[in-house]
Design a protein around this ligand. Structure first.
Ligand code: HPA
Length: 237
C-alpha cells in the first residue's frame, strides 16, 4: 500500500475516474461498473475497481483542492502505475456563454496556487490536458448531445475568494470556469508522462448568480458526465 491508499499492487486499474467526493466514487461504482470491489477506505476516500463495457477501470475520490488531489494522484501514478486519470467534477462559470448544467472540458488550467511556482519560480509552466483524451471526450460528449465547451479553467486554491473581480476578469479573457483541482492533476501528469483530463459540469455561475438547477437536473447532468468520463477512459490510446 502507499501512504494514503490501502490497495495491494494490482488492485487498481491503469485507468481511473476521479470525482472529488468519495461518495460519488461509490455511486459510480454501484451504478456504472460491474463486479466493483472496494480497494480503499482510508480516510473514507473510497476507491473501487470493476469493469465498464468489459474494460477494467477504477474510480476513486480525491477530496477538494489541489493539496488533496495531488496526494492521491501522485500515489496512483507512482505507486500503482496508473496511466490515465480523468477528473469528473463541478465548476463555477466565469463566462456569460457558459451556463449551469453545461459541460466544460479543461483544455488548460490557469492557477493562483504556488504548487507549480514552487518548482518553477522563473517560468509559467502551462498546465494542459492530454490532447488525445480531450479530443475523445469532446466527440463523445457531442454525440451524447451535451452542450460542451472547450477552453481554459482557473484552478483556485480558494473557494471563498477575495479576488472575485480578478476572477471575473479572467472570464472576460476566455477562462471559462473556476474549480480547484485540474492544474495540479495536469502538472503531475506532465511530471510523470501520463494522460490526464478534467471534465466539469457547471454547478453555479459567478457571472449569473441567479442561474439555478433542480436536484433532478443535477443528477441527469452528473450521469451524462460520468458517461463521457467512462467512455473517454476506455477509448483507444
Ligand atoms: N469555485 C471554485 N470551485 C467550484 C465552484 C466555484 O464557484 N463551483 C464548483 N466548484
Amino acid at each position: 500500500m502507499s501512504i494514503h491508499i490501502a490497495a495491494k499492487q494490482g488492485e487498481i486499474a491503469d485507468k481511473i475516474l476521479l470525482p472529488g467526493d468519495p461518495l460519488r466514487a461509490k455511486f459510480i461504482a454501484e451504478n456504472f461498473l460491474e463486479d466493483a470491489v472496494c480497494f480503499n477506505e482510508v480516510r473514507n476516500m473510497f476507491g473501487y475497481t470493476g469493469t465498464y463495457k468489459g474494460h477494467r477501470v477504477s474510480v476513486m475520490g480525491t477530496g477538494m483542492g489541489m493539496p488533496s488531489i495531488s496526494i492521491y494522484a501522485r500515489e496512483l501514478i507512482v505507486d500503482y502505475d496508473v496511466k490515465r486519470l480523468i477528473r469528473v467534477g463541478t465548476a463555477g462559470s466565469l463566462s456569460q456563454d457558459v451556463h449551469v448544467r453545461e459541460l466544460v472540458l479543461a483544455q488548460a488550467a490557469a492557477t493562483n496556487s504556488n504548487i507549480i511556482r514552487n518548482d518553477w519560480p522563473m517560468y509559467d509552466f502551462p498546465q494542459i490536458a492530454s490532447f488525445n483524451l480531450l479530443d475523445k471526450a469532446y466527440h463523445i460528449a457531442k454525440d451524447l448531445g451535451m452542450i460542451t465547451h472547450v477552453g481554459s479553467v482557473l484552478s483556485s486554491d480558494v473557494f471563498y475568494s477575495n479576488f472575485y473581480e480578478q476572477n471575473i476578469k479572467l472570464g472576460t479573457m476566455g477562462v471559462l470556469a473556476t474549480e480547484m483541482e485540474a492544474a495540479a492533476l495536469y502538472y503531475l501528469a506532465a511530471q510523470h508522462g501520463v494522460e490526464a483530463l478534467g471534465i466539469m459540469t457547471i454547478s453555479d455561475s459567478l457571472v449569473n448568480p441567479d442561474e439555478d438547477t433542480t436536484a433532478e437536473e443535477r443528477q441527469t447532468t452528473f450521469t451524462d458526465m460520468m458517461k463521457v468520463g467512462l467512455e473517454t477512459l476506455i477509448s483507444e490510446s
